[in-house]
Ligand binder design. Structure first.
Ligand code: UDP
Length: 488
């Protein structure tokens, strides 16, 4: 099924002048935009992506399309959702294979190939009447790769394919996925990847680097005052409002997942009064939530066992009162995504196995998804309230949450996986945990940051500078405009 994606925001480039240090970039951006508009001579840019509610592409595309329009380019965005559950599952499997998920068998058979092709043919047939020969196709994601290829063949348009996933080494899983996709990717004029290591061999000489980036003005990232952070957490039901200052409730409030996996009113979590370690991610085993919970629990156990006696009293106290918050989407919305349901169940079982005292300090939150704006504001407020943001992924194509944390000046621990290594330099912009599947290593990383507030400040400042220089949506747009000028 195809549908035009709604782009609610109308943006002006001038709005970005309020972002510190962006004036020069904006001047260059305006120049690039003028050049691209001239070269495109009113040709439209048609963005085609998978219809997914959450994730890196879902986060970036609304801003990217709105910004292309702000540059004077006629951009249209189509989303595709396969109408066959087997195709949805195949797309998920392909994404995990490209990330090199070792838990998956790396065989893709003729039936998979036929399904992939049939879905694409149906979608291309539906979309073809909307596409003119001089349109430019910007196709995002693995599940839509074949649709763009078919449209390119039929309409002879200029076609670019973008993939924000990848792994910096070749494994049987990655080879199988890239081999499977080869015929569908061959027709594209250019492939857009996060970094050189992700480029499959057959894209050599027709690949460009366009890493993801955060939109500093979106609800997810825009500056919130202290009052707005507190007010948002109150509206989300995560902080008790003071009696004299009633909070206007959001259309849906956050819920805490209990030891049986049921959703409960979170009660007072004391998020504003305790050091808060935060991870925001989809329900996905590759996000490393289980070893993160175990690592956090291990750190607390080490403290209780007297193993951290060398630390100062305030340091020990910080660890004692720290809380881990894992926030994700409402599991009720997972539907037939078996992998996600299994990841959720694993997290619940891990929490259920903790001593009750420890379990109190691990908060699994289900964020309301009814309003994208409210959901984004809750994530924004939680990130700004955090003492440390962690992204303990076992595999990560980029990890937009890392850039989101860096942008907000919150110290970050990331796992040393390809997408995060692209953003964080160990002991410069944050800490990289070498072995995210190992709770011992996670506990060591947490301990190192907890006990070094000066390093935290240094890392946070450096990460923020790096995001402003390299990982903003404006840098991404600039690269894209340059490409359009070159290829149009
Ligand atoms: N996100 C969110 N709510 C959630 C989980 C994730 O808003 O419950 C957002 C998160 O803030 C980030 C994006 O989804 O902007 C996740 O992108 P990332 O690159 O970290 O991971 P992906 O989901 O694409 O693997």
């Amino acid at each position: 099924m195809l549908q035009i994606a709604p782009v609610d925001r109308e943006l002006q480039l001038a709005e970005y002048e309020q972002v510190p240090g962006l004036l020069t970039t904006l001047a260059e951006l305006r120049h690039e935009a003028q050049h691209a508009v001239k070269r495109l001579r009113q040709r439209r840019v048609i963005v085609i992506s998978e219809a997914s509610g959450v994730g890196c592409d879902a986060e970036m595309l609304p801003s990217l399309v709105a910004l292309l329009r702000a540059c004077g380019i006629d951009a249209q965005w189509w989303q595709h959702r396969p109408d066959d559950a087997r195709a949805v599952e195949l797309n998920r499997r392909l994404r995990r294979l490209v990330l090199g998920d070792a838990a998956l068998a790396h065989t893709l058979d003729d039936e998979d190939a036929a399904l992939f092709q049939a879905q694409a043919q149906a979608a291309a047939r539906e979309l073809a009447p909307q596409i003119a020969r001089d349109d430019v196709l910007l196709v995002h994601g693995i599940g839509t790769a074949a649709i763009g290829a078919l449209l390119k063949r039929e309409r002879r348009t200029l076609a670019l394919w973008r993939c924000t996933l990848g792994l910096d080494e070749r494994k049987p899983q990655t080879r199988a996925a890239w081999r499977f996709l080869k015929d569908h990717l061959t027709p594209y004029d250019r492939g857009l990847f996060n970094c050189a290591e992700y480029i499959p061999q057959y894209f050599t000489n027709r690949a460009s680097l366009v890493p993801p980036g955060v939109d500093p003005l979106s609800d997810k990232n825009r500056t919130l005052s202290l009052h707005q952070v507190v007010g948002t957490l109150c509206s989300a039901g995560l902080v008790e409002p003071a009696a004299s200052i009633p909070a206007r409730p959001f259309s849906g409030t956050a819920q805490r997942v209990d030891r049986e996996g049921r959703l409960r009113d979170p009660g007072e979590l004391e998020l504003l009064h305790r050091p808060l370690v935060l991870q925001i991610s989809r329900w996905d085993r590759l996000k490393g939530m289980v070893p993160l919970i175990e690592g956090f629990a291990l750190l607390k156990r080490r403290l209780a066992a007297g193993e951290l006696r060398d630390l100062s009293e305030p340091e020990q106290h910080r660890i004692e009162i720290a809380r881990l918050v894992l926030a994700s989407t409402d599991p009720a919305a997972l539907g037939d995504d078996r992998e996600a349901v299994a990841a959720f169940d694993e997290v619940v079982a891990t929490c259920a196995a903790l001593d009750p005292e420890l379990a109190r300090d691990v908060c699994i939150l289900a964020l309301p998804a009814g309003s994208a704006r409210e959901n984004a504001l809750i994530v924004n407020a939680l990130q700004r309230a955090a003492s440390v943001i962690i992204q303990n992924s076992l595999r990560e194509g980029f990890g937009l949450t890392v850039a989101e944390a860096g942008f907000k000046g919150v110290p970050v621990i990331g796992s040393a996986t390809s997408g995060i290594k692209l953003q964080l330099r160990h002991e410069i912009d944050g800490l990289l945990c070498d072995d995210p599947a190992n709770p011992d290593a996670v506990a060591d990383s947490l301990l190192a940051l907890f006990c070094d507030p000066e390093a935290c400040q240094r890392y946070a400042a450096s990460a923020q500078r790096r995001v402003l220089a390299e990982f903003l949506i404006t840098s991404q747009l600039q690269r894209l405009l340059r490409l359009l000028s070159e290829l149009a």
